[in-house]
Each structure stands twice: as structure tokens, then as C-alpha cells.
Design a protein around this ligand. Structure first.
Ligand code: GLN
Length: 311
């Protein structure tokens, strides 16, 4: 078995970089264009806080859908599992992450799971606070605590573009209002969701979220921020739905919980072993980073991280 080292990680990056050619950069995101296609950065942090970095690990990008796991943690903390899963399902969905038709599927009165847009917007509608600023403040404080990075913040340009390009998400939200899935203010839920997507992160910040999950909710100072039983739920749902409609493929080929975003972000969490953060902006048609996906598959195989066993 390969031993984790910075040199190994640098070689793994070079092996994975060519997979960027199979994807394209999400031009809907401000400042994102083809010049970013070859970027690939990774950070791995182990429970004893050893840090391994390689490639473009300093590149900040909007966290996008990796925010969905943070929202789920807060909602579980606010309401507990039973209430949260009255609002959103916990089953995988074989459709695209922003699908609207599945909201209307016979027998489905709620979004399939919290990792798709509809599910995350309904989760945002639950997060407690007096107003959207206060609710977002809770989210950001929690994120800063987990990552130990007090400088994390939302990018205004990204936020404005989420609003400007948010017709699809608005349709999902208003549809869910019509079926009674969203019972609080719809515009406020959307506003919170847009802000959550717009927080800028680099590979190390993402790795720290993965590590927080891997350590069962204990922050770097040893405080329990979220009970481990809630994180068990989050990790299980990441494994079954975190990579959208490629989650089954990643469960087989990677075998640990992951969450992707359309900025090419991936958070990986190997329980008890490590947190992984990846930034590689070229994504495939399902919304997952191509080079990033290749990299986590390689890491899983080389470092023997698949919880279901070796290949
Ligand atoms: N901002 C994107 C959206 O709401 C995030 C989706 C994603 O990362 N998959 O559609």
C-alpha cells in the first residue's frame, strides 16, 4: 500500500490533471473561464492535524453545493432527524441535481434528498434565525469554527450572479411552496441558499470540513460542535447522494462519503482517517469535477481508503 506523503500527492495530481480535458468549466460562475480548466489543488488533513498539500491548493472558489452538507448539519442541530426528514427525503435520485420533474413524481411529496437543489433549498427554509442576515451569520460562524478560518466570507459578485441566474432554483422553491414543503418565507430561503453557495473556499478549507465529519463533530479545540449521531446521518447521505446521479459509481469506486459542487469542489471524509479537499473546476455533465473525481478514485485505491474493501 502507498504511504501518504506530499511527494505522493504531487504525483497523484499530475496523473489526474489530464482528466480535466473530459470536462468543462462552469461559465455561469463569475471569473470562471477556460483558463481555469487545468487547475487542480488538493489538501489532506489527518486526525492528528498533519497537512499534505499539492497543486493549486491556494485557489479560492465558491463552495457551491458543498454548502449543502453544512446546511444539513445546522438543520439537524436545530430540529433533529425526525423533523428534518419530514421535510426532505433521504433516498438517492437518478436525475440531475436541479431536476424539477421529480418533485412531482407520483407519491413524492418532498425532494428526494438534501444533496439536490430542491432538498437544500427546503433545508435552508428550516435553518433558525430572526432574519436572513442572522441565519447566514450562524452558517458562516459555524463554517469558520469548523475550518478554523475566520476570513471565510461570501463573495458579493458570486452572490449577485446566483440571484441573477436563479430562475431554476426559484421555480423549485415556489413549486415546493405550492405543495406545502416550504412553509416559511420562500424568498428568504432562496436568499439564504444563494449566500451559502457563494462562500469562497480553498482545498484546505474543504479538507477541514471533511476532517470535522471524519472526527465525528469535534472541532480542532476538542469541542463537540455537532453530535456525532447527526454526522452519521450526513455522511451516509453524502455516500448515497453527495455526487448527484453518479453517487453509486463513487460509492463503488471511492467508497467513502464525498460531496461535490459545480465550481469543481469536492469534500471527502474518510471516517477516523482523513479529510480531503479538492478544487478542480472542469466538471462533467452531472456536475462533478472530472480531474477531482479521478484524483479521489486514485487516492482511494492507492491509500486503501474504500470502506467496503480493496479492489
Ligand atoms: N449554485 C448552483 C445551483 O444552485 C449550485 C449547484 C451545484 O453546485 N450543483 O444550481
Amino acid at each position: 500500500m502507498t504511504k501518504l506523503s506530499t511527494q505522493y500527492l504531487e504525483e497523484a495530481i499530475e496523473d489526474s490533471r489530464p482528466f480535466a480535458a473530459n470536462g468543462s468549466v462552469n461559465a455561469a460562475l463569475p471569473t470562471f473561464d477556460d483558463t481555469m480548466k487545468e487547475l487542480l489543488g488538493v489538501t489532506i488533513i489527518t486526525p492528528d492535524f498533519k497537512i499534505y498539500r499539492a497543486g493549486d491548493y491556494n485557489q479560492y472558489v465558491p463552495m457551491q453545493s458543498t454548502s449543502k452538507i453544512i446546511g444539513l448539519m445546522l438543520a439537524l442541530e436545530d430540529f433533529g432527524k425526525e423533523r428534518v426528514f419530514q421535510t426532505v427525503g433521504m433516498e438517492p435520485m437518478g436525475d440531475f441535481f436541479n431536476s424539477i420533474s421529480t418533485l412531482e413524481a407520483p407519491g413524492s411529496d418532498k425532494p428526494f434528498n438534501p444533496m439536490i437543489n430542491a432538498g437544500a433549498i427546503s433545508i435552508a427554509s428550516l435553518i433558525k434565525g430572526q432574519n436572513v442576515e442572522n441565519r447566514f451569520d450562524r452558517y458562516l460562524t459555524f463554517l469558520r469554527d469548523i475550518t478554523e478560518n475566520d476570513e471565510l466570507q461570501m463573495d458579493e459578485t458570486v452572490y449577485k450572479s446566483e440571484i441573477a441566474n436563479g430562475a431554476r432554483n426559484r421555480s423549485l422553491a415556489y413549486f415546493m411552496q405550492s405543495t406545502g414543503t416550504i412553509v416559511t418565507d420562500v424568498e428568504e430561503a432562496l436568499d439564504l441558499y444563494f449566500r451559502m453557495n457563494s462562500v469562497m473556499m480553498c482545498a484546505e478549507d474543504l479538507a477541514r470540513v471533511g476532517l470535522f465529519l471524519a472526527r465525528g463533530g469535534i472541532d480542532p479545540d476538542g469541542n463537540t460542535l455537532i453530535p456525532a449521531h447527526h454526522l452519521r446521518t450526513v455522511k451516509a447521505i453524502m455516500l448515497t447522494s453527495g455526487m448527484y446521479n453518479a453517487s453509486g459509481h463513487y460509492a463503488v469506486e471511492v467508497g467513502f462519503p464525498c460531496k461535490s459542487g459545480v465550481s469543481g469542489t469536492i469534500i471527502g471524509s474518510v471516517p477516523g482517517v482523513m479529510g480531503i479537499g479538492v478544487v478542480a473546476p472542469a466538471i462533467d455533465d452531472k456536475g462533478n469535477s472530472t480531474a477531482g473525481g479521478a484524483l479521489i478514485k486514485k487516492l482511494s485505491k492507492d491509500l486503501n481508503l474504500n470502506m467496503f474493501g480493496i479492489e
